[in-house]
Design a binder for this molecule. Structure first.
Ligand code: HEM
Length: 379
């Protein structure tokens, strides 16, 4: 199986080829936690994460060999499983830097990066407080869902009394590719998703659009990134009654191959000026691809790394399904926010989607061995 190093200049789980499964969790720090307690928690999480990503148990004894009179230091359900490319990516939410009541209990308010803004309210937002925000986040990705869940469960167990899960989301079926070695998967609208994504092979684009630089303001974030998560419900019953031609017009690409409606094949550049037989443009100006494209957004791009979700169904038999959108970027103020502003106003897709959850997190650079994730924030 695949194993990715935990330590390094950047955290894994960003440019890493997107794994098949996700367990994302947002945590709130417990009321009694202080600065030293937070540092201790990050140290403990780092050690456990470094172990689990290498296919080892969360603690040194493991699930079945520790003292008989103590609870095991690993819960056990991943004991016989390879890590399946497990990555654990940690982030800090705006409320970690200053609590809702304005309290700077960790002494880090002055170190909050300017890029870690509270997201504005977008037109059409239907955000639910209990599945939004969080002081800390952990993105667990693996090709094996049990491995991803095991990692979040053990990090939550380790955090007991110091931080608790505020909300979490399971995802199956990646909705993007982050490497040219991967085929483009499909989202629950049935369209290829990830075609025009930032790919890890494009080093210049990654450096320019994904990694924060020391010169951006917060020196401790150099080599880090900013994660925006949006839980987007799809009104799939309505979508499924929409004609194929209309579905393609909404996206701006064809459903079979994912080629832009201006012609060519999947990876051809869209031509937004090309005309259709009826004299209009081949790609509708309000299509998702036109509005999200870098030429419409002053060159801004995102590294998308989202997942499909189905959380059961409602009492009318409609699936509670959609896309758990995750994007990494150097600065949400010039990337996610203006792009989403444009989409929220005009995207033809809006009739079929509803944003119900949201979070933004500063993802610090990777830790080096012997240190811990986010150490620069406390130096
Ligand atoms: C492209 C679907 C939400 C940003 C695409 C494509 C599809 C798609 C099918 C074309 C293939 C590709 O290049 O990946 C969806 C669905 C969404 C959703 C189903 C919600 C349920 C969003 C959101 C954003 C976004 C919230 C950012 C605010 C982009 C960008 C592209 C894209 C930047 C690439 C455009 C280009 O450069 O051609 N999306 N998307 N998408 N989407 Fe979305």
């Amino acid at each position: 199986g695949t194993t990715y190093p935990f330590y390094g200049p950047h955290q894994a789980g960003i440019t890493t080829p997107a794994q098949d499964r996700l367990h994302f969790a947002a945590f709130d720090a417990s009321p009694g936690l202080d600065r030293d307690g937070l540092i201790e928690l990050l140290r403990d999480w780092t050690v456990a994460a470094a172990r689990m990503t290498q296919g080892r148990p969360a603690g040194k004894y493991g699930p079945a060999s520790g003292p008989m009179d103590a609870p095991p230091d690993d819960t056990g359900e991943a004991l016989d499983l390879p890590p399946g490319g497990l990555t654990l990516t940690f982030g800090f939410g705006p409320t970690l830097f200053r609590t809702a009541s304005g309290d700077d209990r960790f002494g880090i308010a002055s170190r909050r990066p300017a890029a870690l803004v509270d997201l504005p309210r977008f037109p059409g937002d239907a955000l639910l407080e209990p599945i939004s925000g969080g002081d800390l986040c952990v993105q667990a990705c693996s090709d094996d869902p049990q491995v991803a869940v095991h990692a979040i469960r053990n990090l939550s167990r380790i955090a007991f009394g110091r931080a608790a899960i505020r909300w979490s989301q399971l995802g199956f079926g990646r909705t993007s590719s982050t490497s040219r070695a991967q085929v483009t998967p499909r989202n629950l609208f049935g369209f290829k998703d990830g075609t025009a994504n930032i790919k890890s092979e494009d080093q210049t684009v990654v450096d320019d659009q994904v990694w924060a630089s020391g010169s951006d303001g917060a020196g401790w974030m150099a080599g880090g990134s900013y994660l925006v998560a949006r839980k987007i419900r799809m009104v799939i019953e309505t979508w499924d009654r929409q004609q194929l031609g209309e579905q393609e017009r909404i996206i701006g690409r064809d459903k079979g191959e994912g080629a832009p409606l201006s012609g060519g094949s999947e990876f051809s550049d869209p031509n937004f000026l090309a005309l259709a037989k009826d004299g209009g443009t081949a790609i509708d100006p309000d299509s998702h691809v036109r509005l999200a494209h870098p030429t419409t957004n002053g060159g801004a791009q995102l590294l998308r790394r989202g997942y499909n979700f189905v959380d059961g169904n409602d009492e009318l038999g409609r699936l509670n399904a959609g896309l758990f959108f995750i994007a990494f970027q150097r600065d949400p103020r010039t990337q996610f926010i203006p792009i989403q502003q444009r989409l929220a106003q005009n995207d033809l897709m809006n009739e079929y989607v509803r944003h119900v959850g949201s979070g933004v997190f500063a993802v610090p650079p990777g830790a080096h061995e012997g240190s811990y994730v986010g150490a620069g924030l406390f130096a």
